[in-house]
Design a protein around this ligand. Structure first.
Ligand SMILES: Cc1cc2nc3c(=O)[nH]c(=O)nc-3n(C[C@H](O)[C@H](O)[C@H](O)COP(=O)(O)OP(=O)(O)OC[C@H]3O[C@@H](n4cnc5c(N)ncnc54)[C@H](O)[C@@H]3O)c2cc1C
Length: 453
């Protein structure tokens, strides 16, 4: 149903001209370039046209135009999808970056955010009300993209994944209609979108649950990589079976000295003195090079993490989901740290435990609910670096080294379309139900950004 590439550019712009002002239909120039510039500087896709959407009617017009013309379509929000799924090569990209409004309803402890809002937008709007929202770790990541694929984050142990905090979605479907999906309206769509990601429609607005916490304690404890084996072995229990209030991420990163270190990154949300007692053992897993843990606002945490991942570098991420810190996983992670080819690369690990692990697997399309580690093997380098192939190879090799220990499936928000073995099992027992929902809501495959089995 796709037209030849040469015919697309004038056709899409002309077609959209009837529905949207021409200054918001971009085919070249600085605004077009800004729209097609994603966080991963290695992505070079060029949509034939970008429609800058300002409200749901624009999104509806864009979806209908792409459908009428039979051109590929994509949604661009926070721009942090590393594979570049936000851009439709030769097709139409709906740019939601002008739809970032957040309104907070403190009485019902909920917030409504537009489809292009980032984690930082949400956290910033919620903070003055003395509450927190469940986000990922980085401020500039889009909240809808993060949530629809799962959404691991520093509060997941206590409040579940971001997807577990979604209360309702306003969605433009493949036929251009705008529907609300929640527990009572379109419940099957609501189920499928919570894990099935960008496969069902464009979210123009999302309502999420908010929480009140007495305090957040967070920071980092850095161990030398040479002690990785014993530190990692000791992390298994607190990461996967610690109290709900304690969510521990960890990472192998190159520190200011130029040497890679093992960074333990705890976040406690709850009573502060209990938090100090819970975090203290993490400072005694060896001789730390640095211990820096204290009270922090979620907004500052997200901004600090964001500063570590600036846009424009070239990136390849190869994820693996593993059941825990088994000897094989420990060996692979320690070797991965030692063989890192770029000082900008990282191995970043999220644990799923507590509230996120108690959600029954069939409650949302996101099915990986047994405690596990989601390992992000992140190769990162400057655009001018000539060793891109070597850096990519490092991430792929580390992913392969973990494969023998891995659980079937993987995190759809990070999987590339070529990860067929992980994609096949990504939805576990929810596979058939998810595929049935796809047939019902998007039979022609208008939306294809998130890998499906
Ligand atoms: C630096 C960095 C940090 C990250 N941290 C975390 C983390 O802590 N936890 C975690 O779980 N993941 C994390 N991720 C992964 C992240 O959740 C996904 O890459 C997510 O898809 C990014 O969404 P985006 O809007 O920023 O990206 P975009 O590239 O703009 O969009 C990616 C895809 O999301 C979908 N999408 C986005 N908005 C909408 C919408 N309104 N309607 C329908 N579909 C939409 C589309 O399918 C789109 O193709 C991180 C990624 C990066 C690069």
């Amino acid at each position: 149903m796709t037209n030849p590439p040469g015919t697309r550019l004038p056709t899409i712009a002309a077609h959209l001209g009837r529905a949207a002002p021409s200054d918001r239909v971009l085919t070249r120039g600085p605004a077009y370039e800004a729209s097609r510039t994603l966080w991963n500087g290695a992505v070079t896709r060029r949509p034939a046209a970008v429609l800058v959407c300002t409200d749901p009617a624009d999104v509806q017009a864009g979806v209908r135009a792409a459908r009428d013309l039979g051109v590929p379509m994509s949604v661009r929000a926070g721009g942090h999808g590393w594979t570049g799924s936000a851009l439709a090569e030769g097709g139409l990209t709906l740019d939601l970056t002008s739809m970032r409004r957040v309104s907070v309803d403190a009485d019902t402890a909920a917030a409504n955010l537009q489809g292009g809002a980032t984690a930082g937008d949400l956290a910033g709007a919620v903070h003055p009300h003395g509450m927190v929202a469940v986000t990922g770790t980085v401020d500039a990541v889009g909240m809808v993209g993060l949530s629809l694929g799962g959404g691991y984050g520093p509060l997941s142990g206590r409040f579940g994944l971001a997807v577990d905090n979604v209360l309702s979605l306003d969605v433009v479907l493949a036929d251009g209609s705008l529907v609300t999906a929640d527990a009572e309206h379109e419940p099957e769509l609501f189920w499928a979108m919570r894990g099935g990601g960008g496969n069902f429609g464009v979210v123009t607005s999302m309502r999420v649950r908010l929480h009140t916490v007495p305090a957040i304690l967070t920071g980092m404890i850095v161990y030398p990589l040479s002690r990785a084996a014993e530190v990692l072995a000791a992390l298994h229990e607190p990461v996967l079976h610690g109290p709900d209030e304690l969510t521990v991420q960890f990472a192998v990163l190159t520190g200011p000295t130029g040497e890679p270190g093992l960074f333990v990154l705890p976040t406690w949300c709850g009573d502060p003195s209990e938090g100090e007692r819970a975090v203290e053992p993490l400072t005694r897993l060896g001789d730390p090079l640095l211990t820096q843990v204290g009270p922090a606002a979620l907004t500052d945490m997200l901004a600090a993490a964001g500063a570590m991942f600036p846009p424009g570098r070239h990136v390849e991420i190869r994820p693996r989901t593993v059941p825990g810190l088994t000897p094989g996983v420990i060996d692979a992670l320690a070797a991965g740290g030692r063989t890192m080819t770029s000082q900008l690369s990282a191995v970043s690990v999220h644990g799923l435990h507590g509230a996120a692990a108690r959600v029954p697997a069939e409650d949302t399309a996101f099915a990986a609910r047994t405690p596990h580690l989601m390992v992000e093997n992140v190769a990162q380098w400057e655009p001018a670096d000539a060793d891109a192939a070597e850096h990519r190879g490092w991430a792929r090799d580390l992913s392969e080294a973990l494969a023998g220990e891995a659980l079937p499936g993987g995190y759809v928000n990070l999987l590339a379309p070529d990860e067929a073995d992980q994609i096949a099992h990504a939805y576990g027992p929810n596979r058939d139900r998810l595929l049935a929902a796809k047939t019902r809501y998007d039979p022609d495959g208008v939306f294809s950004a998130t890998p499906l089995p």
